[in-house]
Structures are given as structure tokens and as C-alpha cells.
Design a protein around this ligand. Structure first.
Ligand SMILES: [Zn+2]
Length: 298
């Protein structure tokens, strides 16, 4: 079975589009290899609204969004996580609207107690006004969401659930167009897999990702998503079995048909899997789990 990717999307940049009852979406014009058509900014409710993931600093997007909401007021700004394509516009939007920002915490917040310094690529300036936790409810006049903590893609990743499991705003945790990048040290495969299981257990009807269109049949999608990660770990074990005991050698074999420029992110993904496999006792190594470590099956 293959992952039933969703790559079609009907949208226009700069237009705030109704996508579901009480939910609107505007796509930032920041298309790219990691962002697909661009970042989806969601607007929840009407009249007094919440904006989710205002995106990178992009003047045109902010102007269009503010104009589209000119007869309404923004009372809350919610962030799924703090990558540069999601949170930097929270600052000007907050200044314009006076709304408070809500998120799990600053970049790396989920791993602070482990003393892990996070990689660049995060929005290191962002600090939420209100730090939210799993199960918290955020309420506006015309809307309400429940916070669903989903670490893995980043340690501070939060999804936001619409009432009665009608929909879940999934950020970069689960996207229809691509698998997510899990980059250590802030990204964590063990957490990521647990966060996928959490979504399976929840059973939300529709998933609304930060890039690409909605996933309207989440169950088979999530099943294949999880199977894909398990298949990668089986491949890694097979590599070790065949004497490919370091990550460079594994990537050369596992990604032989992939552009060499993508071998570096692929190596980070294999590293993330090996961290998970070592943590769960399926692979062993001397010392830390790094790109240069020699791995053995247990
Ligand atoms: Zn991200």
C-alpha cells in the first residue's frame, strides 16, 4: 500500500476562502520544497476571530488578511509551532490587532529540561503571551478549540481541535502532500510516532494541515503514514544486517534513487529513526547516536 497523498488544492493567493463551517483559509505566497503552495493561515470563527499560523514576514499576505478581516476583529493568534514559515508574522499581527498569542512555548520549549540546544531554522524570537498545554481549551466569542500536544516535528508542536471532532488543525504534524521532516535534536521520531498514534485514537473527521489541502479520510491516511515509518525502520535494520553500519552508508543504499542534494535531510531522518530504535532497544551503539556512530542490531 502507498500513502494516499492529497496533492490537489483549489485556492487563490490573497483570498480568504471558506473551507468548512466556521473555518476559513488564506495561503501565503511562499511556495517551495518544504512548503508546497505555501503556508495555510486559518481563521476560526466569525466577528471576533482567531488566526492560526499567520506565516512568515510577508507584507502582501498580512495586508490581504487584514483587509479580508477589516469588518471583524482578531482576538487570538494561535501558533502550531515556531518554524520560520509559521510564526514570524505573529509579531506584526499582534501589534496591529492587540490580540494575544497562544502556543506551547518558544522554539525548543518541549526539550528545555533536557538541555538540548535547538538547530537554526526556528523562529528564535517568538515567545507566546499564553503558554498552552495538552487538553487546554481556548475560547473566543464565536469559537472554541482544544489544544492537542503533538511533539515530534518540533518539540513545541500543537494541533488545535474544532468541537465534536469535526476537524483538527494539524500544522506540520500531518500533511496530505508530503511526509513531515523530523530533524533532531528538536525533532524526535519516538515522540512523532506517539503523536501519530494519538491522532489515530482521536478519530477527527478532517485534518487541516499547514501546507496543502485537507485530508478528508484520515484513518487510512494515518495508517499508511505510520506503516511508511515502520518500513523505513525495517530498511535500517536490513542495512545493518548487510554491514552498512553507519548512516552515510545506509543513506547511499536506502536513497539510491533520490537526488544527492536530498541525502543530507535524508541522513537527518535516518538519524531520527535510529534515535528511536536505540531508545526502544532494537538497535545498539557505543556512546551517542550521531551521524558517525556505528550501529548494531540487538
Ligand atoms: Zn515546520
Amino acid at each position: 500500500m502507498a500513502i494516499p497523498f492529497v496533492r490537489e488544492m483549489d485556492f487563490e493567493y490573497g483570498v480568504l476562502q471558506d473551507v468548512a463551517p466556521g473555518l476559513r483559509r488564506m495561503v501565503v505566497k511562499n511556495p517551495g520544497g518544504f512548503t508546497f503552495h505555501g503556508t495555510n493561515t486559518y481563521v476560526i470563527g466569525s466577528g471576533e476571530v482567531a488566526v492560526v499560523d499567520p506565516g512568515p514576514r510577508n507584507e502582501n499576505h498580512l495586508k490581504s488578511l487584514t483587509k479580508a478581516l477589516s469588518t471583524e476583529s482578531i482576538t487570538h493568534i494561535l501558533l502550531t509551532h515556531t518554524h520560520m514559515d509559521h510564526s514570524p508574522a505573529a509579531k506584526p499581527l499582534k501589534e496591529n490587532s492587540g490580540a494575544k498569542t497562544y502556543a506551547y512555548g518558544p522554539h525548543g520549549a518541549g526539550k528545555l529540561d533536557m538541555g538540548i540546544k535547538v538547530e537554526e531554522g526556528g523562529d528564535m524570537e517568538f515567545v507566546p503571551d499564553v503558554a498552552v498545554r495538552h487538553g487546554d481549551t481556548i475560547k473566543g466569542k464565536s469559537w472554541e478549540v482544544e489544544c492537542v500536544y503533538t511533539p515530534g516535528h518540533t518539540s513545541n508542536h500543537m494541533c488545535f481541535a474544532l468541537p465534536d471532532k469535526t476537524g483538527l488543525i494539524t500544522g506540520d504534524h500531518v500533511m496530505g502532500w508530503s511526509t513531515s521532516v523530523i530533524g533532531p535534536p528538536d525533532g524526535d521520531m519516538k515522540d512523532y510516532m506517539a503523536s501519530l498514534d494519538l491522532l489515530v485514537a482521536r478519530g477527527d473527521k478532517t485534518l487541516w494541515p499547514a501546507h496543502g489541502d485537507a485530508i478528508r479520510d484520515p484513518a487510512p491516511f494515518l495508517r499508511e503514514f505510520i506503516a511508511h515509518r515502520h518500513a523505513r525502520e525495517v530498511q535500517i535494520s536490513a542495512c545493518i544486517e548487510n554491514g552498512l553500519t553507519d548512516i552515510r552508508a545506509m543513506v547511499k543504499s536506502m536513497y539510491a534513487d533520490v537526488d544527492e542534494r536530498l541525502h543530507r535531510p535524508a541522513a537527518m531522518s535516518v538519524l531520527a529513526h535510529l534515535q528511536n530504535m536505540v531508545a526502544t532497544g532494537r538497535v545498539r551503539c557505543e556512546g551517542d547516536v550521531t551521524l558517525d556512530t556505528v550501529y548494531r542490531n540487538t
